[in-house]
Design a binder for this molecule. Structure first.
Ligand code: F6P
Length: 323
């Protein structure tokens, strides 16, 4: 294997640049030519490929976003799109690829690799922390710290006005961001995609809180929970009883940006290093991950079909310590 490539795909996550840097430098250390594919699978189809040297990845470890850009590609879901991508890889004689992204990225890599027999190694990069086979994904730690910083500020004004605040955080299908920000911010109550919490449950909590002279409440809402987004929950609550006045804050995409935390930089560097070593060892169709502090491999098949799930003990603990 002489030529390898790296790309980022799907939603960006702080720390992706640190992973790209580690891939490029580890690859060059092993005397490989390392190519960057820009704009994920879209760029693979359109031939946006450039050789990277050590200097191209200098001064990026602290930067959020991804220097390789990213996209979500519908064309890559089609056999025609994948055939075009294969031609591009052939043109550059690319024999192994490191794909940085979430489960959509790994699914694409798995299908393509089986069709064209090119080894792929995945690096879990998504703020959602929802990939099976790793305790942490790149970007999660930064995202929850960004959320916490904002929520600490909301806490001040909520306290001053004795107000109820709904704070919506990201996580369309997964509640790890919401659960961690809820515990870390000392919030009162949490709506997660993984649980069946209702507005009636919230009312019970609020009524008990009132009896305890708890005068302001922060409620964390994962965007993909079953009772609806923060605006919807606020509306439902008001409809049940006019007395529940509240405010909504949607933290939104700032959770995806910003300088990565040290945890994310180190994690991303370890993943990038491990991914190139895996390619060199002849591994294929696996994602690297971190379990109990150790780098492990998980097949793409398991990574995309198995659900990581949420820590039920932690949900219980969050409930108990917010009472
Ligand atoms: O990257 C994951 C994620 O942040 C989800 O939590 C969120 O629902 C989604 O991406 C939003 O992505 P976009 O706005 O890029 O479509």
């Amino acid at each position: 294997m002489k030529n390898i490539a790296v790309f980022t795909s799907g939603g960006d996550a702080p720390g992706m640049n640190a992973a790209v840097r580690a891939v490029v430098r580890t690859g060059i250390y092993h005397k490989k030519n390392v190519f960057g594919i820009y704009y994920g699978y879209e760029g693979m189809i359109d031939g946006k490929v450039e050789k990277l040297n050590k200097k191209d990845v200098a001064n990026i470890i602290h930067r959020g976003g991804t220097i390789l850009k990213t996209s979500r590609s519908d064309r890559f879901r089609t056999p025609e799109g994948r055939a075009m991508a294969y031609k591009v890889l052939q043109k550059h004689k690319i024999e192994g690829i490191v794909a940085i992204g979430g489960d959509g990225t790994f699914t694409g890599a798995s299908v393509f690799s089986e069709e064209y027999n090119i080894p792929f190694i995945g690096i879990p990069g998504t703020i959602d922390n929802d990939i099976y086979g790793t305790d942490y994904t790149i970007g999660f730690d930064t995202a929850i710290n960004t959320a916490i910083e904002a929520i600490d500020k909301i806490r001040d004004t909520a306290d001053s006005h004795n107000r109820l605040f709904f704070i919506e955080v990201m996580g369309r299908h997964a509640g790890d961001i919401a659960l961690h920000t809820s515990i870390g911010s000392g919030a009162s109550f949490t709506f997660l995609p993984e649980t069946d919490t209702t507005v009636e449950d919230l009312i019970k909590y609020l009524e008990n809180a009132k009896k305890r002279q708890k005068l302001f409440n922060l409620v964390i809402v994962a965007e993909g929970n079953k009772s609806g987004n923060a605006m919807k929950i606020r509306k439902k609550l008001k409809k049940i009883n006019e007395k529940y006045d509240s405010r909504v804050m949607i933290i939104g995409h700032i959770q995806r940006g910003g300088s990565p935390s040290t945890h994310d930089r180190v994690l991303a560097s370890r993943f990038g290093f491990a991914a190139v070593n895996a390619l060199i060892e002849g591994k294929s169709n696996i994602a690297v991950g971190l379990i109990n502090g150790q780098i492990v491999d998980t097949s793409f098949n398991d990574a995309v079909t198995k659900t990581k799930g949420i820590d039920l003990e932690m949900i219980k603990m969050a409930e108990i310590i917010s009472l």
